[in-house]
Design a protein around this ligand. Structure first.
Ligand code: H79
Length: 582
């Protein structure tokens, strides 16, 4: 019974880890409020996952290990005594804090968050609380966080640390390692001897911290988390805490990893999307599934227009080098931001909901920025804006754009080709400081027919891909334990019973596979689901109505699309349409 209970708890904790928590917290004090305003203005940050796991880099004993690279110790159940040996080989002679900070700067990133200690328990900074740290346990013998924090400060980049507070596979009192420590753990000594002293060290030795980014809250008690929060705020009152500290004690919210809300999301305060550039956080030598800069630039606009920040990850090698493809991608984003940053930094979220994926919107007093992500042809129709538009022009070339009002819409005359190959920003100068929008077009009003585009979904799995040409996702490979799937995050925007349509294409040769659409709550089996069969479409995109309804509630965490068998993995899924039952 006791064993069963602890197993159950461990599973709950793993489930909680994969999802976000509902928003923060106690009413923020003044220092925190100011810090939150600064944080909101920054929009774009660099995440760095760097640790001993960069040595195996996704391979153990000559074999490829699936999944995120920094989880290799857990996946392979590597004993502490064996994993510890990696420290003796860790010698990142090519590390240069100036170069990393400079890359963040060139990418247009305004803050940087780096792993001080990940789940493997190894401290990437000088620690007196545990000898298992980069200065005392490696041939490198230096503290790279000193250089990096100083390099960031010199460039006006706010610096923060990731710290895994609950999971620690190196300690008997940490959560997660049941192969070395099969007995029930006691977290308190671990907290007192390692977590509290180390958090104190990172708050004391690296100047001002913008934030501490805790992760995978699990089984720590409210009292334990309260002490942790209190300690941080006593040492640095304006250091922000993320929601993954647990027990709603954070100052701002995280979405699940790589998860973007389907629509504007403002009811729970400030939030942030932590995201990967490929399919791993920690370096994996074989992972070359780099996201297209087009996708990342569009996602930055998408997230900003919905009210969030984007924290984009790089995983440096064991030598201390940020992989070249990551650098190239980030500099491409930076070039777009150098021209179009005005439409991102310091802006507010869209006053409109989004009818499709043609455009997104951000605002400044007296202006709307329309981020045109999918070029609609010679005309862009914007419906629902009541404010007078005085002038419209492209941010990239300042060229005026003619427009006419027609019914409830404004038609903008567009050039034949996009002004920017990724995201052409159209500036609308308004007569009103705050845009007036007709009720049914506002951000908090969902249309009766709501499209869930594959582009907005989180792609889960190493194989599934999004293709911009066909605007669809494909390669839904299935494995015994995990399968590739799409997940949408409604974040309280939906409440009702929905009829469903699916828009997809499938060659007749791949047809016949069963699929499932499900509405899920955190840690619970699917509450509501609808199944269907992928019928052949001779490769053409078609829209089909499904039989059955999906119940989606404010507490629904995800709406998922997955295949139930290996067949039809080549289906191209463009969108799922939810139609509210009247
Ligand atoms: O630090 C990064 C990740 O290591 C951490 N959060 C981001 C920011 C994190 N991501 N996911 N999780 C923690 C929970 C992980 C669950 C899984 Fe697994 C790891 C799914 C697949 C590998 C555990 C092992 C569950 C299945 C196999």
């Amino acid at each position: 019974m006791a064993l069963k209970r602890s197993l159950h708890c461990a599973l709950c904790a793993a489930a909680a880890a994969a999802f976000s928590l509902p928003a923060a917290q106690a009413p923020p004090d003044l220092a925190t409020q100011q810090a939150l305003r600064n944080f909101d203005e920054m929009k774009f940050g660099m995440f760095i996952h760097w640790g001993l796991y960069a040595i195996p880099a996704g391979e153990w004993k000559g074999r490829y290990v699936r999944g995120i690279g920094e989880w290799i110790m857990f996946r392979e159940r590597i004993p502490v005594k064996e994993y510890e040996q990696l420290a003796a080989q860790f010698n990142p002679v090519k590390f240069n804090g100036e170069e990393w900070a400079q890359l963040a700067r060139e990418a247009g990133m305004r803050y940087l968050v780096i792993t001080s200690k990940h789940h493997d328990g190894f401290a990437m900074f000088k620690s007196n609380a545990s000898k298992y740290n980069i200065v005392d346990a490696t041939p490198y013998g230096r503290d790279p966080m000193k250089d990096l924090s100083a390099a960031c400060a010199r460039r006006g980049i706010r610096f923060g640390f990731y710290y895994s507070q609950d999971q620690d596979w190196h300690e008997a009192g940490g959560r997660g390692n049941d192969w070395d420590f099969p007995k029930e753990r006691d977290a308190q000594p671990y907290l007192e001897n390692k977590v509290f002293p180390q958090v104190k060290e990172i708050l004391s030795n690296y100047g001002k911290l913008g934030l501490i980014w805790f992760d995978t809250p699990g089984l720590l008690s409210l009292e334990q988390v309260t002490s942790l929060r209190g300690m941080v705020k006593r040492l640095q009152p304006d250091c922000l805490l993320n929601s993954r500290i647990g027990h709603n004690m954070g100052d701002y919210t995280q979405t699940a990893d790589n998860a973007i809300p389907i629509q504007v999301y403002t009811q729970d305060g400030k939030w942030e999307v932590p995201a990967t550039l490929n399919d791993t956080w920690g370096y994996k030598k074989s992972d070359n599934n780099w996201k297209d800069p087009r996708d990342l630039i569009a996602k930055l606009a998408d997230i900003t227009s919905k009210g969030g920040n984007y924290l984009l990850n790089v995983g440096p090698t064991a030598e201390g080098v940020i992989p070249k493809p990551s650098q190239d991608i980030l500099r491409t984003i930076g070039k777009w931001l150098a021209v179009n940053g005005e439409s991102i930094y310091g802006t507010g979220p869209s006053p409109f909901h989004f009818p499709d994926i043609t455009w997104r919107a951000t605002v400044m007093p007296g202006r709307i920025y329309l981020h045109i992500l999918n070029w609609p042809g010679p005309k862009l129709r914007l419906r629902g804006l009541e404010s007078e538009v005085k002038r419209a022009y492209f941010l990239a070339n300042k060229a005026a754009v003619p427009f006419t009002r027609e019914g409830d819409g404004i038609d903008f005359e567009l050039p034949a080709k996009p002004v920017d190959r990724f995201n052409s920003v159209l500036v609308l100068e308004l007569a009103d400081p705050t845009p007036r929008v007709a009720r049914s077009f506002r951000a908090d009003q969902m249309p009766r027919r709501l499209d869930l585009f594959a582009w907005v979904a989180r792609l889960r799995g190493e194989e599934v891909r999004y293709d911009w040409k066909t605007r669809s996702a494909t390669n839904f490979k299935r494995f015994a334990q995990e399968s590739n799937m799409l997940l949408w995050y409604p974040y309280k925007s939906l409440d009702g019973s929905y009829e469903l349509e699916i828009t997809y294409a499938c060659d007749d040769s791949a047809a016949g596979g069963k699929f499932r659409l499900a509405a899920q709550q955190r840690g619970a089996p699917a509450r509501s689901f609808v199944e269907g069969v992928i019928e052949g479409t001779q490769g053409k995109f078609v829209t089909k109505k499904l039989s059955g309804k999906l119940e989606v509630r404010p507490q629904t965490e995800t709406i998922t699309f997955s295949l139930l068998e290996e067949k039809s993995e080549a289906v191209k899924l463009r969108k799922i349409t939810l139609i509210r039952s009247l």
